[in-house]
Design a protein around this ligand. Structure first.
Ligand SMILES: [Mn+2]
Length: 416
């Protein structure tokens, strides 16, 4: 992503806060797995959105913006060069690289942060510090921002604090053209990987073999970490929505489920396809798949700006119900819950379940999933059809439409 994107994100953020506010964002710290082993470091996405910096060499970085009368003053605190540490953990980002990626001119070393912050607190020029105070659940353990707010409360009790998260979330709701472009590339790579799995499939194949196929295609496009842990399941395992195993073996007549997404420029997509491992839909599979497909097509026809976001799941469910009634599986509305286990209209972007403000109406520039899952345990058939929908000025575009999705397209790809 060009740094102009991140510069604009910061400018948009500053507009919402008064002079005399300090904004602080932390890249985060590695989380310990066991003994002296750590989980792969993953840069806080709001930090990335505002600075353009991510990856294992951003551990511990801090971004500070001081909103002064003369305008915002920005600074990034990075780790200093350290020959011995870099020998083990890899080369650290240099000052000029950080400047180039972020568009922030003022770079300092992390050891200076406390001193600078103390000086700002005692300068009399600031009344508020804003931090990203997101927590998924109230009882969740503190991250670096939550720990730091306690430090502020203790050392500078006169200072007000506020949560930047709602404003950043508001900004992330509408995607800029460069994000849409990155999303298109992520989807293109994902499509190649799904097609490769379709072509490799045959009765007897294991989930781990399909997974290896997926990883291989992504790696060729230098995507070493997908947007989220891929869900690649077969047969009965398709009934576990967030399945995490790899040892399932596809028997002749089983369906394969892929709920996967590559990332490009850190922007991730989320696409699901369900298809028969033997390359030919059975009669029952075709009936259910066509129901999901018709529903999805219907949704892409009606989604447009102004429609309430919550209607996407509701209307999809109502449409599937009509389809299942036609097939004879549903007699009354209550029956539909036997087959529809989830909605799926979540936004995508830097996060797979993207951080947005989406309670209200659909607006141009939003990208969210249209996900139709049908789980018919009595027939042993479960799958979902999930595509990524870009809202345009007068309707929407199915960004993942080129990834095989009709019965004919899937059977044609698998016949090759
Ligand atoms: Mn999804």
């Amino acid at each position: 992503m060009d740094k102009s994107f991140h510069i604009e994100n910061r400018q948009d953020l500053y507009k919402n806060f008064e002079e005399g506010t300090i904004l602080l964002l932390f890249a985060g710290n590695p989380i310990r797995m066991s003994a002296d082993a750590f989980y792969s470091f993953y840069t806080n996405r709001n930090f990335l959105y505002l600075t353009g910096l991510s990856g294992s060499n951003t551990k511990g970085f801090i971004f500070m913006a001081q909103l002064k009368k003369t305008g915002p003053e920005e600074k990034i605190y990075i780790l200093p060069p350290d020959m011995l540490a870099e020998r083990w953990d890899g080369i650290r980002l240099k000052e000029d690289e950080v400047k180039e990626l972020s568009g922030i001119e003022n770079i300092s070393f992390i050891e200076n942060f406390e001193k600078d912050f103390h000086a700002a607190m005692n300068s009399g020029a600031y009344h508020t510090v804003g931090l990203d105070l997101f927590k998924l659940k109230p009882g969740e353990s503190d991250d670096v921002a939550h720990s730091f707010i306690k430090y502020i409360d203790y050392n500078y009790p006169f200072m007000k604090t506020l949560n930047l998260y709602p404003q950043i979330r508001r900004q992330r709701t509408i995607k800029k053209p460069c994000e849409v472009e990155a999303m298109r590339k992520a989807i293109e790579i994902t499509g190649q990987a799904i097609e490769a799995m379709m072509k490799a499939a045959k009765p007897g194949i294991y989930e781990y073999e399909l997974r290896a196929c997926f990883d291989d295609v992504l790696a060729r496009d230098r995507v070493f970490m997908p947007g989220f842990p891929p869900i690649i399941s077969v047969g009965e395992n398709n009934f576990s929505i967030h399945y995490d195993g790899r040892m399932g073996r596809a028997e002749d007549g089983d369906m394969v489920l892929n709920d996967v997404g590559a990332r490009y420029d850190e922007v991730g997509c989320d696409v699901s396809r369900g298809w028969p491992v033997n390359g030919k839909f059975s009669e029952k599979q075709a009936l259910l798949y066509q129901a999901a497909y018709n529903t999805s097509e219907h949704m892409f026809k009606i989604i447009k700006p102004g429609m309430p976001m919550k209607d996407v799941d509701r209307l999809a469910k109502e449409y599937v119900y009509e389809e299942l009634k036609e097939i004879g599986l549903c007699q009354s509305w209550e029956d539909v819950n036997k087959y529809i286990w989830h909605g799926g209209a979540h936004h995508v972007g830097y996060d797979t379940h993207d951080v947005v403000e989406a309670q209200g109406e659909i607006r141009p520039g939003m990208i969210f999933c249209v996900d139709v899952g049908i789980y018919c345990q009595e027939w042993g058939i479960g799958f979902r059809l999930e595509d990524n929908c870009l809202v345009t000025e007068d309707g929407c575009e199915n960004l993942s439409r080129d990834i095989p999705r009709t019965i004919e397209e899937i059977e044609r790809v698998m016949a090759k």
